[in-house]
Design a protein around this ligand. Structure first.
Ligand code: ZN
Length: 221
């Protein structure tokens, strides 16, 4: 299939990118979005492009989930964080869209990690991540940030391998400490919903504070 036939997918990513930009989650050129268009091929936002005003030419195709992509036909390079998307698509068949944003709240929450994860509050909203009973106490994984992004991708693959060994339920999302949130879904709409609800949960957590309870109001003891 030629890239010119992926117009609908490109339009979706451009719309989502603009929405996230206006939320303050993809400020400047930060963050990256992708969608799988064939078993071994995905479209991803190009490196260094303004996320509030992407055009068709700012989506580039990456073929080969295990290899670094070559230059695209239009001269644009894939996001510098493409290896994270490759790791997810190659390890998880159910992932067909991957969104990565740099929000303030996700970075604050990432500071509260202990044992490489953060406990999420038992909010009803968490059900949107595939959780049946939010009160069971689900944790979101927090990976260390590395200047060499391929090291983050390697850590992610190790995490997926661990989850398979221990047969644990893992959320379709993870944090990179002091960097941002990554979410995947079966399609663009599912990934979109998941990132919005997780950002809601993070806003709630930031309002409550690291101890999980609101600070006492002045004058009340
Ligand atoms: Zn990033």
């Amino acid at each position: 299939m030629s890239i010119s036939q992926w117009t609908a997918e490109k339009d979706e990513l451009i719309r989502v990118s603009s929405h996230f930009y206006h939320k303050g989650w993809m400020v400047g050129t930060s963050g990256n979005l992708s969608v799988r268009v064939a078993p071994d091929t995905f479209l991803i936002t190009a490196s260094g492009r303004p996320k509030g005003m992407l055009g068709d030419e700012d989506l580039v195709s990456v073929k080969g989930l295990y290899e670094l992509p070559g230059p695209s036909g239009n001269g644009r390079k894939p996001s510098a964080e493409v290896s994270i998307h490759q790791a997810i698509y190659s390890e998880l068949r159910e992932a067909n869209a991957v969104f990565h944003i740099h929000s303030v709240e996700s970075n604050i929450v990432s500071e509260w990690a202990s044992d490489h994860s953060v406990l999420l509050p038992p909010l009803e909203m968490i059900k949107g991540l595939g959780v049946k009973d939010p009160s069971l106490g689900y944790r979101i994984d927090v990976l260390e940030n590395h200047l060499d992004v391929s090291r983050i991708a390697l850590d992610l693959k190790r995490l997926f391998a661990q989850d398979q060994v221990f047969n644990e339920f893992h959320l379709p999302a993870f944090l990179i400490r002091h960097h941002g949130l990554t979410v995947w879904g079966n399609d663009v709409l599912e990934a979109f919903h998941r990132i919005e609800l997780l950002e809601y949960v993070f806003r709630f957590m930031v309002a409550m504070g690291p101890s999980g309870s609101t600070p006492p109001m002045a004058g009340f003891h």
